[in-house]
Each structure stands twice: as C-alpha cells, then as structure tokens.
Design a binder for this molecule. Structure first.
Ligand code: MN
Ligand code: MN
Length: 295
C-alpha cells in the first residue's frame, strides 16, 4: 500500500507539472516527453504512455516522434497518466482549458468526479457511481460519455475485473473493501459517445508470437524486454530501438497486430465532435468510504 501511494504521489506531481507546462505555443511532443520524464525521474515506470487528447479527442492520443503540432489558445487538453512500480499501477487525469471558454464543462467534470468519490465505500453498487456522475452532468447541461468509464485496478492489470459506468447502467455489482479502482467521468456537449479514429499510437503486447520478418522479430523482442505486457507508444520504440527506422518499426508492429500478438488502442473521438473533459483518480475502497491514491 505504501508503494502504491508513492506511485500515486508521483502521478499527481506529474499532473501538476503538466498544468505548469501545458500552455499555448507548447509543443505537444515536448510536453509528453517532459511529463513522462518526471515520472521516471522519481524511480517509476509509466503505467502507459501519457495521453494528451485535445478538444473532441477523448482518450488514447499520444504524440509520435515526428509530431510538429503545438498547443493553441483554443485547446482543451486532457492529460491522462499513471505510474508503475513492479506490478503496482495508478491512473489519473485532469483537463486543462487553454480556451477559457470551457470552464463550465471542466468544472462540471471535476464536480462529477468529487461527487462520485463521495459515495464510494464497500457495498456501494457500480450503478450508483454512474448515477452520481450522470446527475452532475445533466445538472450542468452536459452528457456523460457512456462508452467510457472507470475500472478496477489489480496487479499488472490496469483494466481489471469490472467497468465503472458514467451513468446508471443497471450493474448492481458491489465494491469490496480493499479494492483499488479508478473513477473517470468524461463529460461532453456532444452526443455522449466515442468512436475509434484512424490514429493509433498506443499498443500492448498480450501474447507470444511467431514472427516472419526480421523487423517484427526485433520489435517483438524489444517489447518483451522493455515494456512487457504493459501499454507502450510507437514513440518509445522510435526513441529507444536505434537499429530500426520508424518505417520498419511500423511494419514490425503491423505484422504483430496481424498475428494477434499486439493489441492496438486507436484514438477515441467524440461521435458528435463535441468538446470533451475528463477527470480521474485512483482510489482505495474502504469500509466507510475511500482514500484517494493519486493526490
Ligand atoms: Mn482509467
Ligand atoms: Mn486514465
């Protein structure tokens, strides 16, 4: 538990750093690298590549090495990250509004998270947490994104056991004392659903495989050695696997996807192209309440 809390603290500090460097004119690639370095400098691994998802982009966006884009004063930036120590994982997120036009959406999302956290305790049903989030969203005239939500967190598995809805989905599964969970409301002024985009920069290797090409074999061995079965970014491979150029890395990954060894996490975009805000904490469920780990 102490190790997990240390990982939680490092995650919260990385979000604080993100807040100070996410500004108009900032390179998205540099921001991602600085945020990830701050977690590593404290002796932790990344639980997954830092997600920097902007405006109608909800989740699973992380820059590639050739990303030239810079943030503008119209952007609403979701920063989602986690630290890992051995098999212990944390997960948390904030939204930074550079537009100064979406304060209501961001505040409503933060309030939805607080409100959901306030009802967490052993015996609480998952649907109750969703109902809480939905109620705050509607009170402020927004919709929760229904096909995104929180989750249980177990050793070596960030999306374990159960899904925690952002609305009352009827799931009466009860939380148990000692469980670690993540709650993550996503609110929008759009349709309240996300869909896959064509952009994919986050992957995870789930199973061993037989490789045909040299590049697939090298990519596979490098992942096994460095990222294990945790999510990684193509950016990490281009930076660290010096023997292959980006084209060959992409080809290697493609072969591993085709063989079923690698899972791809495409960027998720709001279906009505609405603005999206997110807030997330990892929590420890207790008998009479909960403790926030990522603070
Ligand atoms: Mn999460
Ligand atoms: Mn997250």
């Amino acid at each position: 538990m102490n190790k997990l809390k240390e990982a939680g603290k490092a995650s919260a500090e990385a979000l604080a750093l993100a807040k100070s460097i996410i500004k108009p004119g900032k390179s998205i690639l540099e921001a991602a690298e600085e945020i990830e370095r701050s977690i590593k400098s404290k002796g932790f691994m990344l639980a997954f590549p830092v997600n920097l998802s902007i405006n109608e982009k909800a989740a699973h966006f992380t820059p590639e090495t050739d990303d030239q884009s810079v943030l503008s004063d119209k952007d609403v930036v979701k920063v989602d990250l986690g630290a890992r120590k051995d098999t212990l994982l944390t997960d948390c997120a904030i939204t930074i509004d550079l537009s100064n036009k979406n304060a209501k959406l961001v505040e409503a999302t933060n309030e939805a998270l607080e409100s959901a956290i306030s009802v967490v305790k052993a015996g609480r049903q998952l649907r109750d947490i969703g109902r809480e989030i939905d109620a705050v969203a509607s009170k402020h005239g927004f919709k929760p994104i229904k096909n995104l939500g929180g989750h249980g967190i177990s050793a070596a598995d960030l999306h374990a056991d159960f899904f925690i809805p952002n609305f009352d989905n009827g799931d009466n599964t009860e939380l148990k004392e000692g469980q670690v969970i993540a709650i993550e409301p996503f609110l929008t002024n759009g349709r309240g659903q996300v869909e896959d985009s064509t952009f994919t920069a986050i992957f995870q290797k789930n199973s061993p495989c037989i490789t045909r090409s040299n590049e697939a074999r090298m990519v596979s061995a490098f992942i096994d050695e460095n990222f294990l079965t945790y999510p990684f970014a193509t950016r990490w491979l281009s930076r660290e696997l010096q023997e292959l150029d980006d084209f060959k890395i992409r080809r290697g990954i493609a072969e591993l996807i085709n063989s079923g060894a690698i899972e791809a996490f495409p960027g998720l975009v709001e279906k009505g192209r609405g603005m999206v805000a997110q807030a997330e904490h990892s929590l420890l469920v207790q008998e009479d309440g909960c403790e926030i780990i990522t603070k």
